[in-house]
Design a binder for this molecule. Structure first.
Ligand code: NAP
Ligand code: MG
Length: 402
């Protein structure tokens, strides 16, 4: 078979530990035999981040702005233990945080649905994607304990010295206080990323907050979404046959539970933190969750939602067999290929992406899977494969499809 041609390179961000091992296996078994792979390679493995003073992370994000589509392997976010393990010069920041800040993007997380791994909510037939706003609110709050009676006020001092004040509470005894903020520019980027992604997926977009209680703060979120939708996206949504709607967070929760899935749920920072864990657990497994960072300008960075699977890596280093699930990492690649194919008008590349996903799912549906899935599957007598043989089984299916 002639290999599928690419035009523009993908930005390839290599990573750490077990996922780095899977990364190479996926390229060798599932990509190189079928695609004439073009990438601009950035090694985001912790060793190389340390050698380059983390410049490589910044460079890879800048390259994503240049080319538009990146695929990223899971990476270690250093902590005290990693400082010694890798003899680090500094406790480098989370690469995902650095890339997100440069691309000003929003992260969308979507479960991968397959027969045999059933969601706990029985009416969910299609994936529910969570979009979490990743700036401000309680994550950048200032807090204070007060020991006794007194008056708490919000004070804003403008650059010209004029003040705005609002009473928070007249304390009669001890209590607690918290000051939160957000900025319109960040909310606008969040809204644009959500609208762009809904159009990309051709899925309905929901946004929820608590504007009935929070008449200025949450209401600003609601207003910004509404204004940007009216001005920039309404016509495009109509053309695509999808809708946007806003509802209260408690109403959204009730609707989500009764829905069949197949939509994007945009959440404020804290809501998104909580709801994404709820959605991923209810769909079955973190190893079956993809993640894509979408910038308001329409740059895409695809990855798996899970980490580097450190425990499996140490087993691997000890020469023990591992059964690590590569599905989310494979779907990061297929997502990136599909997007590249769409942008460069390469239908062959899109078909390859579809086939790669189909082959991965039909392998599981045939009863061949990794240990994490075998533990939760409803299929009878699953065959547990090791990391490598699982990828090889997918290759067989893929070869049949292509
Ligand atoms: P993790 O890598 O997600 O793994 C936690 C546990 O979940 C594993 O030990 C394993 O359970 C299970 N698991 C996750 N993915 C799996 C897969 N593909 N196949 C089978 N089982 C899977 O989280 P972690 O161990 O807490 O973090 C390890 C490193 O990843 C950390 O250094 C962290 O900074 C980094 N991290 C990176 C990202 C990212 O780059 N996006 C995200 C999160 C964490 P069992 O051991 O029980 O089999
Ligand atoms: Mg959380």
């Amino acid at each position: 078979m002639e290999k599928i041609k690419m035009q523009t390179p993908l930005v390839e961000m290599d990573g750490d530990e077990m996922t780095r091992i899977l990364w190479q296996m996926i390229k060798d078994e599932l990509i190189h035999p079928f695609v004439d792979l073009k990438t601009e390679y950035y090694d985001l493995g912790l060793k190389h981040r340390n050698e380059t003073d983390d410049q490589v992370t910044i460079d890879s994000a800048e390259a994503t702005k240049k080319y538009g589509v990146a695929v990223k392997c899971a990476t270690i976010t250093p902590n005290a233990a990693r400082m010694t393990e890798y003899n680090l010069k500094e406790m480098w920041k989370s690469p995902n945080g650095t890339i997100r800040a440069i691309l000003d993007g929003t992260v969308f997380r979507t479960p991968i649905i397959v027969k045999g791994i059933e969601p706990y909510v029985k009416n969910w037939q299609k994936p529910i994607t969570i979009a979490r706003h990743a700036y401000g609110d309680v994550y950048k709050a200032t807090e204070m304990k007060v020991d006794g009676p007194g008056k708490a006020e919000l004070v804003f001092t403008a650059e010209d010295g004029t003040e705005k004040r609002a009473l928070i509470h007249e304390f009669k005894g001890a209590g607690v206080l918290q000051g939160q903020h957000n900025i319109n520019q960040s909310i606008e980027s969040f809204a644009r990323s959500c609208f762009a992604y809904a159009l990309d997926r051709k899925e309905e977009l929901w946004f929820s907050s608590k504007d009935t209680i929070s008449k200025q703060y949450d209401h600003t979120f609601k207003d910004i979404f509404a204004e940007i939708f009216e001005k920039e996206y309404k016509a495009k949504f109509e053309e695509a046959g999808i809708t946007y709607f806003y509802t209260l967070i408690d109403d959204a929760v009730a609707r989500v539970m009764k829905s069949q899935g197949g939509f994007i749920w945009a959440c404020k920072n804290y809501d998104g933190d909580v709801m994404s864990d709820m959605i991923s657990s209810a769909f079955g497994s973190l190893a079956m969750m993809t993640s894509v960072l979408v910038s308001p300008q329409g740059y895409y960075e695809y990855e798996a939602a899970h980490g580097t699977v450190q425990r499996h890596y140490y087993k691997h280093l000890n020469g023990e067999e591992t059964s690590t699930n590569s599905i989310a990492t494979i779907f990061a690649w297929s997502g990136a290929f599909r997007k590249r194919g769409e942008l460069d008008h390469l239908p062959e590349l899109c078909r390859y992406a579809d086939a790669l996903e189909k082959a991965s799912l039909s392998t599981i549906e045939s009863g061949r899977m990794t240990k994490d899935l075998a533990l939760i599957t409803t299929l009878p007598n699953p065959t547990v494969l090791n990391s490598e043989n699982f990828i090889k089984a997918i290759r067989e299916e893929l070869a049949k499809l292509l």
